[in-house]
Design a protein around this ligand. Structure first.
Ligand code: F6R
Length: 263
C-alpha cells in the first residue's frame, strides 16, 4: 500500500488527478470507477483543467460510479447522477453511453445489481477505482458490518453517514436512508485503487483503515488485501498514523529511485 501524504487538499487533488491522468494516457480506453462526495471535487476540477489545457482525452474512457441514493431519480438535484454531471461529465468529453451510475429508481433491485456487476465484467473490469472514506470507515456505502465479500446491493446508511450528508440536502430528515452501492468484493476486483481523505475529521477512519486490523467494522480496512492501492491523504487526515514518518520516507525513496533510474 502506498501512503502518499500531501500538504493539503489541493495537494491530494493534484496527486490523485495525475494518477488518473497517467492511467488514461497509458490506456485511452481505461475503465474508471468514480466516487462522489466532497473529497473528490478537487480531483475532478484538476482533471477538467487537464482536459482543457493539456488535452487529456476522455473519449475512450468508460466509467462506473460506486453508488447512488435509493429512491432518487437521476434528475433530483442531490442525486449522484446530477453530482457527476455538474462536477465532472459536463466539462469533459466522456461519452454519455460510456457512463454508468446505479439507478436509484429501480424496482427489481436484485436483478439491477446483478446487471451492474455484469456490465463491469463486460467492460473488462475496472482499471482504477477512486474512493473517498466516511468517518465511520466506509468506502462506497459499505457501512460498518458490510461483508468484505459483498457485491453491488441495497444498503442502509448508518446514522453518522445520514448526519454527514445532511449538509447536501438541507436537513437530516431529507437524506435518503438507503443506497445502491458496489460491494467491497466488487471494489477489490478493480486493478488499482486510489483512496482520498482530507481533514482532521477523517484522521480516525484513515488510521483504522491503514493501520488497524482487517475488519468488516471498518470496511476501508479491506484495502489492506489489495496489491495496488494508493492512499492519498493530507497532513490533517494523516495526523493519527503511527508510521507517518515511514510513509513519508518511503515516498521520498520512491522519488529518488524514479529520479535515478527513470522508472
Ligand atoms: C461516495 C462514496 C462515499 C464517500 C464518503 C466520503 O460515492 O462512495 O463513500 O466517499 O462518504 O464522503 P465525503 O468525501 O463527502 O467526505
Amino acid at each position: 500500500m502506498r501512503v502518499i501524504i500531501a500538504k493539503d487538499y489541493d495537494g491530494i487533488s493534484r496527486t490523485a488527478a495525475s494518477i488518473i491522468a497517467k492511467e488514461i494516457r497509458a490506456k485511452p480506453r481505461a475503465v474508471l470507477g468514480l466516487a462522489t462526495g466532497s473529497t473528490p471535487l478537487g480531483t475532478y476540477k484538476e482533471l477538467i483543467r487537464m482536459h482543457k489545457e493539456e488535452s487529456l482525452d476522455f473519449s475512450g474512457v468508460r466509467t462506473f460510479n460506486l453508488d447512488e441514493y435509493f429512491g432518487l431519480p437521476p434528475e433530483h438535484p442531490q442525486s449522484y447522477h446530477t453530482f457527476m454531471s455538474e462536477n465532472f461529465f459536463d466539462y469533459v468529453n466522456v461519452k454519455a453511453e460510456n457512463v454508468s451510475i446505479p439507478d436509484g429508481t429501480v424496482t427489481d433491485v436484485e436483478s439491477f445489481c446483478a446487471g451492474y456487476e455484469e456490465s463491469i465484467r463486460k467492460a473488462g473490469g475496472i482499471d482504477l477505482q477512486l474512493l473517498g472514506i466516511g468517518r465511520d470507515g466506509h468506502i462506497g456505502f459499505n457501512e460498518p458490518g458490510s461483508s468484505l465479500g459483498s457485491r453491488t446491493r441495497l444498503k442502509t446508511l448508518a446514522e453518522e453517514t445520514v448526519r454527514d450528508n445532511a449538509r447536501f440536502f438541507g436537513g437530516e430528515e431529507k437524506v435518503p436512508r438507503l443506497a445502491l452501492t458496489m460491494g467491497i468484493g466488487t471494489i477489490l476486483e478493480a486493478r488499482k485503487l486510489v483512496m482520498l481523505a482530507s481533514g482532521a475529521e477523517k484522521a480516525g477512519a484513515v488510521k483504522n483503515a491503514i493501520e488497524g486490523p482487517l475488519s468488516s467494522q471498518v470496511t476501508a480496512s479491506a484495502l489492506q488485501l489489495h496489491p495496488q492501492v494508493a492512499v492519498v491523504i493530507d497532513e490533517k487526515a494523516a495526523r493519527l498514523l503511527d508510521r507517518r514518518e515511514y510513509y513519508l520516507y518511503v515516498e521520498k525513496m520512491a522519488e529518488q529511485v524514479e529520479h535515478d533510474t527513470g522508472i
